[in-house]
Write a protein that binds this ligand. Structure first.
Ligand code: GDP
Length: 314
């Protein structure tokens, strides 16, 4: 990408898209295009085609998606598969047809089989059954990857696919019904501290293991891939280390300053037992995550206090 290349960030208000936008701006890109959902509904093929015919972006970061935590995915599978299939199909096809030089598609670590050997290598894709709680979302993302690869194979078009692990950071979703574990627990523990609660509830057994990547690290990886990676093979993006949900809750308690107990509600689902990505392929290509979980959680909590937390009652 050159400084004056026309770059479209789809989903610029989300956790990932906003991080990519910050990064592009900080690197001095001058022609960054964004569009809000009110102006351009990416699920609507006619609108997407008209937008691409007019704007003709050269580079596209496809960070627009319907995303959510374990509860939202289990409750609304139809919304997850429909919206994601529509968004990605419309954008990829219109991009290809309107002079786009390269598109970056974001998948997810949940595309891999539930019982994949750990750490998960890219080649484990489609080697076993998926986790049930986010099956519909994962199948949509797998279709997106296959579409990008097929356009490369059939048309020689340059699309690349990154598979990020669980993400967090400023601009995350802190709504307890639809969020992922890290922002959800940050919010619950903060509210527990403010109200002086004796205990805060953590869903599941606390035993599942997850890997957490800061959105700013992912944004850096996305620009790295756009500039330096052009291959059919998908690329995992993660930090290469994991922790249990209990350990995460303890770290968050320390960060937030919550001193009460943790109650594990085992009527809630655990989801997949482990999800640690093998990041040797992207490391070998020249990129590595930089933000530690402690540091990332600290800065995200500062952002949360500034932007989300309700002011304490007088
Ligand atoms: P997943 O990585 O796709 O399973 O999605 P989540 O981030 O939603 O959940 C990760 C793990 O954290 C699961 O085992 C959840 O049961 C557990 N968890 C514990 N407390 C919470 C919570 O308050 N919200 C969410 N979303 N997950 C929680």
């Amino acid at each position: 990408m050159l400084r004056d290349s026309k770059i479209f960030v789809a989903g610029h208000r989300g956790l990932v898209g906003s991080a990519i936008l910050r990064r592009l701006r900080s690197e001095g890109h001058e022609q960054i295009i964004t569009s809000t959902r009110a102006d351009l509904d990416l699920r609507d093929q006619a609108q997407v085609r008209a937008f691409f015919r007019e704007v003709r972006p050269e580079f596209i970061f496809l960070a627009a998606a319907k995303v959510g935590g374990i509860l939202a995915n289990s409750r609304y599978p139809a919304d997850f598969i429909r919206d994601n299939l529509l968004i990605q199909t419309n954008v990829i096809d219109a991009a290809y047809g309107n002079g786009c030089k390269k598109l970056l598609f974001l998948g997810s670590s949940c595309i891999y089989p539930k019982h994949a050997p750990q750490p998960i290598k890219e080649e484990y894709l489609l080697t076993g059954p998926l986790e049930t709680s986010n099956h519909a979302y994962a199948v949509a993302k797998i279709a997106g990857i296959e579409m990008v690869k097929s356009y490369r194979r059939q048309y020689g078009w340059s699309g690349v696919c990154l598979q990020p692990t669980n993400l967090y950071g400023p601009g995350d979703n802190f709504d307890l019904q639809s969020s992922h574990v890290l922002p959800a627990l940050m919010c619950k523990l903060h509210e527990g501290k403010v109200s002086g609660a004796d205990q805060v509830t953590v869903w599941g057994s606390g035993m599942p293991r997850r890997e957490f990547l800061h959105a700013d690290d992912l944004a850096e990886a996305a620009l790295f891939a756009m500039n330096h990676y052009d291959d059919d093979e998908i690329l995992n993006v993660g930090v290469g280390t994991e922790c249990t949900i209990r350990e995460l809750a303890e770290l968050l308690s320390r960060t937030v300053g919550y001193r009460g107990d943790l109650h594990f509600d085992t009527t809630k689902p655990d989801g997949t037992p482990r999800k640690l990505l093998d990041v040797s392929r992207i490391n070998a290509a020249g990129w590595r995550a930089r933000i530690s979980l402690e540091e990332g959680v600290r800065s995200t909590y500062a952002w949360y206090l500034e932007n989300v937390a309700k002011p304490a009652a007088p």
